[in-house]
Each structure stands twice: as C-alpha cells, then as structure tokens.
Design a protein around this ligand. Structure first.
Ligand SMILES: O=C(O)CCC(=O)C(=O)O
Ligand SMILES: [Fe+2]
Length: 283
C-alpha cells in the first residue's frame, strides 16, 4: 500500500486546484485534465511509484486522500497511469456505484461478486480498473475487494497441461451492442496482448449468457477450463479492505477481482445507504 503523509496530500491538492473543474464527459475534457495533471509535480511522482508497485504485484492501493477530493484527484491520477476509457454506453469517464437492494447493475448488488475481469467482452479490455472509495461498507469485514494475480499463478508453469488448456479452449463472452442486440465473441481465458503480455478474461455470467444466446451448452473441455480457472484464481486471492478515500488500481489484464458481500443502513422511510464507489477504466 502507498500511504500518503498529510504534507503529500496537501501538496497534491494545492496543485490540483489549478485543474479544470468539469464533468469528464467528453474526450476533450479528459484531454484537458490529462494535460494539466502532467504539470502536477507531487502527483507525477506518486504516479511513478504507483506504476512500480503495479508492475510488481498487479495492483496498488493508495491511502490518504479524503473522499471530498475524489473527482479531481482520481481523474488526474488515472490520466497519468493510462489513457482513460469512456464507455460509449455510459458516456462519462467516471462510473459511480452505490450498493442498494433491488438494483440491476452487478456493482450495486449486495451479494458477493465472483472473480472476474472487467469488459471481458471487448476485443481489447481496458488495462486498468481504478476505484475510489467514497464510503466503505458500514460493516468492517463486508465490502472488501478480492484480487488474484494470474500472472504469478502461471509464472514458470506456462507449459503445464492445465494452464495450456486455458490458452486454447474458446469461450463465448456476451455483450449488449449499441442497437441493444447481444454480440458474442469467442476467446480463450488466457491470451496475449499485442505487446506479448498476459491478457486474462473471465466473467462467468457473461460466458453463460454467450452460451444461451447461441442456444448451446458448454462442452466438457469448456466446463473443465472454467472450473480449473476458478479454482486457480480462488487459491490466489488476496483481500483488500477499503477505507474512505482509498484509490485502488488493478491491472485488469493480469488480475481477476471480486467483492465481498455488502450491507446497507436502513432509514425510517425505507431508503438505504451503502458502500459507494467511483470507477475509472484506462488503457
Ligand atoms: O465494487 C467493487 O469494488 C467491484 C465491483 C466490480 O468489480 C464490478 O462492478 O465490476
Ligand atoms: Fe469488476
């Protein structure tokens, strides 16, 4: 974990006061934030440290910012670590999530979220999944993030039969396209990026949806690839407990992530308040 001293947070916040204060809805506004972030000395140094830790272990947790500083700090740091991705179906660089009963989006569910990679249905999934914790779960052990580094799981064992199968058995990943139809792409769980690095993709419910759309059932090889991947990933899980203000950066090409179950506080009128996060994705 990178723990920021108070002086560091003060210096970064002062620098960022010069940043354009705008909703990052367009590529142009993200470009302006990126340009301004490059001139923030202490933030650039923090970004360099974050890159080193990310390279070492596939994720990095940064603690010390306050939740009220969320948007400018989060976006500026993201823009120094990668090229920010704007999901066309969302239309904004920042994606909020608030845990509530009865929500559609997986990130808002109270249940435990199984290990997966984000945007597994894209030909090129974003390299970084970044989160900013605005409000942790009301219960200490709840709402924790799980990460598992599949690069270290595979290291030195690339020719092992079980791991080799993960590179060759294709699985159908489903995605809703702009016309509200379902597209399916066939990809193995483990492949390589253009620059030859490991690219992990996995999302059990997207895969199930892929089979459903095709009107097919997974064959024995596919089932055993899914089971063996899930077993290998589960055995490598590390648990990250979040505090308000924590920024977590996960390498979405080499890691899978998930989340512990959540809870909500219930008001007299039945409204609920739970874990609140902001997400940014980047290449
Ligand atoms: O809330 C979290 O920390 C993770 C949520 C998540 O992984 C997702 O919605 O894809
Ligand atoms: Fe995710």
């Amino acid at each position: 974990m990178l723990i920021l001293r108070n002086e560091t947070v003060t210096a970064i916040t002062k620098d960022l006061a010069r940043l354009p204060d705008e909703q990052p809805e367009s590529k142009a506004s993200v470009d302006r934030i990126t340009e301004a972030a490059k001139n923030c000395g202490p933030l650039s140094k923090l970004a360099r440290l974050a890159k080193s830790v990310l390279e070492e272990q596939g994720f990095v947790q940064i603690r010390g910012f306050s939740p009220t500083q969320a948007r400018p700090v989060f976006l500026a740091l993201a823009s120094l670590l990668g090229e920010i991705y704007i999901d066309p179906s969302i239309g904004s660089a920042i994606v909020p999530a608030h845990v509530r009963p009865g929500e559609m989006l997986m990130g808002n569910h109270l249940r435990r979220l199984p290990l997966h990679t984000d945007y597994s249905m894209l030909e090129q999934p974003p390299r970084l999944t970044m989160s900013f914790c605005l409000r942790p779960d009301p219960v200490e052990e709840f709402g924790a993030v799980y990460v598992a580094d599949m690069e270290s799981v595979c290291f030195g064992l690339e020719d092992d039969a079980e791991i080799s199968r993960l590179k060759t058995v294709p699985l159908p990943f489903a995605a809703r396209n702009a016309r509200e139809e379902i597209d399916v792409i066939d990809k193995p769980i483990l492949s390589k990026t253009d620059d030859g690095r490991l690219l992990v993709r996995y999302h059990r419910s997207r895969i199930c949806q892929g089979f459903q759309v095709r009107g097919a059932r997974p064959n024995g090889e596919q089932l055993s690839a899914m089971r063996s991947f899930e077993r290998l990933a589960a055995a490598a899980v590390q648990v990250l407990h979040l505090k308000a203000g924590d920024i977590t950066v996960i390498d979405n090409h080499r890691m899978v992530h998930g989340r512990e179950r959540c809870s909500v506080e219930v008001d007299v009128d039945g409204t609920t308040t739970g874990r609140q996060m902001l997400f940014v994705f980047a290449y």
